[in-house]
Design a binder for this molecule. Structure first.
Ligand code: HH2
Length: 303
């Protein structure tokens, strides 16, 4: 079993974070994430044949469970389990297939880990089943829009939810993304989805927001959003950023997903210094270490 160490819980206290960013706690059924002194690492555990970076690696649930435990040992604060690739052009999978992929992994990891598990799905049926197996957080890339039953589920279960911005759907989103002012429009969208969630009974303290890097965005839209994170942080909710190994890094470096580690670490550090509270990443150890330095610059080293 992996447990929060005393050092982890001490990180939950301390002086307020940089101004304009969420300073609160996120309470989950399996521990508390605090953003006052450090950034949380959400490890990506895709159980799919076709994810753009780690697809096909974990078709055997035992392998997926072992990888999840390794990620926790490497310093992950949350394990994010996904059973459907949402890369550009991806086709949706059926609920049954998604359940078949993720449930054994949620179940196995819940027995092996005490840190929070998040389920990366926009389907309320998958989220309900995963929460039933001990998942703690719903990561909904549609920000509660694709499945109208999702908001009621999250409200009733009183679990944290990630509301992510996306223009279009994964199948179509990269065709011709358009904005007048991408930071303002993403911020307005997230503010509207926060209001909707709260009206429907979700506790405001349970809402995390995410600009959705790569979801209906050109290279320059992604860069503008990373530059504009302080504006999104001013929404007052914990801010999650997922740039790990994404196409915009490949476009700048001319690199395939397997060659995008350094670019991902640079983006993670930039995001932390601009106000991110949670970094979603494939490479846990490397991201944890890079973010530790960014956190020391942002919050002080606590000598
Ligand atoms: N990105 C992906 C999937 N889920 N969730 C949030 N909240 N934010 C993100 O940026 C995000 C996400 C896509 O990345 P990945 O899971 O690595 O790939 P795939 O969708 O191909 O499985």
């Amino acid at each position: 079993m992996i447990h929060f160490s005393p050092a982890d819980s001490s990180l939950a206290c301390g002086p307020a974070a940089a101004s304009g960013t969420a300073t609160g706690n996120l309470l989950t059924r399996h521990g508390r994430l605090s953003f006052s002194r450090r950034t949380a690492i959400m490890a990506i555990l895709n159980v799919t044949p076709d994810s753009f970076c780690d697809g096909g690696r974990r078709l055997d649930p035992e392998r997926a469970i072992a990888d999840g435990i390794e990620m926790a040992e490497a310093g992950a604060d949350v394990i994010d389990i996904g059973g459907e690739s949402t890369r550009p052009g991806a086709r949706p999978v059926s609920e049954d297939e998604e359940l078949e992929r993720v449930l054994p992994v949620v179940r196995g990891l819940r027995h092996g880990l005490s840190i929070p598990i998040s389920i990366d799905t926009y389907k309320s049926g998958v989220a309900r089943a995963a929460l039933g197996e001990g998942a703690d957080i719903v990561n909904d890339i549609s920000a509660l829009r694709f499945d109208t039953a999702m908001v009621g589920l999250v409200a009733a279960e009183k679990v944290p939810v990630v509301l992510m911005h996306m223009q279009g759907t994964p199948r179509t989103m990269q065709a011709e993304p358009r904005y007048h002012d991408v930071v303002r429009e993403v911020g307005d969208f997230l503010a509207a989805q926060i209001r909707y969630a709260v009206e429907q009974g979700v506790e405001q303290d349970n809402i995390i927001v995410d600009p959705g890097i790569g979801f209906g965005k050109s290279l320059n839209h992604n860069l503008a959003l990373l530059r504009g994170l302080p504006e999104l942080a001013s929404l007052g909710q914990p801010l999650l950023v997922g740039a790990s190994r994404k196409t915009f890094i490949g476009k700048i470096l001319g690199a395939e997903p397997s060659e995008r580690l350094e670019g991902s670490l640079a983006a993670a550090v930039a995001a932390v210094l601009a106000g991110a509270n949670v970094i979603r990443a494939h490479d846990v150890k490397e991201t944890r270490n890079a973010v530790r330095i960014a956190d020391a610059i942002r919050f002080g080293a606590g000598e």
